[in-house]
Design a protein around this ligand. Structure first.
Ligand code: NDP
Ligand code: OXD
Length: 308
């Protein structure tokens, strides 16, 4: 019985060390070193190989090393093999930090002050209290909920949107297509923390931007293909959107010379909003292996019918 890791090899080396300490009886391999393919029962990957059960006929569980699983070709993983995404405290902490700094950057007009600094202009802009700033988070899952719980403490007017109805203390929760208009109309800073599925691909487009109040801002921490990039540029140029902070783009990396790189009201980071932390991730994976052995549901097992 063995565990195979197929993702960034430097992080794989950290996983290997942690497995050696915490599960010394479970042989751990880092792709492309496989050992005996018949012994591989568990695979953790950013992207599994094609046809994994042909390569590893005794495969029992596939883990995503990331929170999202859109990079998986689920049709290649037979239905009897559960697919488990990463839910671990390190990813949550990183995302809460990133979105909080992005919201505060926009809320405290640091984009505009940056432009002023560039022109050596010393001019005070009107200060808006947090309670007058309306934050709206698309996606009320593990990450969206954690982000809102933090933002609420600053006094922002917080709301979120999900597929099924949710309840979060101090947050106005909206659910489903029919509630999207109302949610958007009350949102000054829109944060995307959705999974990428056929239903959410391209959701951040001209039609959606037009339903936000004029001058709203976007923080995009979901997946690049949620966003129609030409529509974003048009909305920024027309003033419908005031600024945008993008952690994810399509494609990644964003090609050299793309207009988004140099737009004065766009800030770009290279998909670093959050990352799986080996120390906490290995604990969670080992706990899921225990659950699997005991026939208990694993934390983060995805619903294939929904694609997340
Ligand atoms: P979850 O699965 O816990 O939450 C997803 C949320 O999105 C749920 O509230 C779900 O609704 C909602 N949702 C899904 N589809 C729809 C839809 N069609 N309409 C409305 N709401 C929908 O995911 P996480 O919070 O753990 O992660 C969210 C995403 O964040 C990841 O999939 C990934 O894309 C991104 N991410 C980005 C990172 C980065 O560094 N930039 C790092 C980690 C994650 P419901 O509650 O009804 O199920
Ligand atoms: C993730 C990511 O999904 O890093 O975990 O984007």
């Amino acid at each position: 019985m063995a565990f195979l890791y197929k993702a960034d090899p430097a992080r794989g080396a950290q996983w290997a060390k942690l497995f050696a300490q915490k599960a010394p009886d479970l042989p751990f391999h880092i792709w492309p070193e496989l050992g005996d393919p018949d012994a591989i029962r568990y695979l953790a990957a950013w992207q599994p190989p094609d046809d994994p059960t042909r390569l590893f006929p005794n495969l029992e569980v596939v883990f995503s090393v990331g929170a999202g699983i859109d990079q998986f070709d689920l049709s290649g993983v037979p239905a009897h093999v559960p697919v488990v995404r990463m839910i671990e405290p390190g990813i949550v902490e990183g995302m809460v930090e990133y979105v909080t700094q992005a919201v505060l950057t926009i809320h405290r007009d640091l984009f505009d002050y940056g432009l002023q600094q560039h022109q050596q202009v010393w001019r005070e802009l009107p200060l808006k209290p947090a309670g007058a700033r309306r934050i709206g988070v698309l996606g009320l899952g593990v990450l969206g909920t954690a982000v809102l719980e933090k933002l609420r403490l600053f006094g922002f007017a917080c709301a979120g949107w999900s597929r099924s109805p949710r309840e979060i203390e101090g947050v106005d929760c909206y659910a489903g297509e029919s509630a999207l208009d109302e949610f958007l109309a009350r949102t000054d800073i829109l944060v995307c923390l959705l999974p990428l599925t056929p239903a959410t691909r391209g959701l951040l487009n001209a039609g959606l931007f037009a339903r936000l109040p004029r001058g709203a801002s976007l923080i995009q921490t979901g997946r690049g293909p949620h966003l129609n990039q030409p529509d974003l540029l048009a909305a920024l140029d027309s003033g419908q959107l005031h600024n945008a902070i993008l952690d994810v783009t399509d494609p990644e990396p964003l090609p050299a010379g793309h207009r988004l790189w140099t737009h004065p009201r766009v800030r770009i980071t290279p998909h670093i909003a959050s990352a799986t932390r080996p120390e906490s991730a290995v604990e969670v994976v080992l706990d899921n292996l225990r659950r699997h052995r005991e026939g208990l549901p694993m934390l983060g097992q995805i619903d294939r019918t929904q694609g997340y």
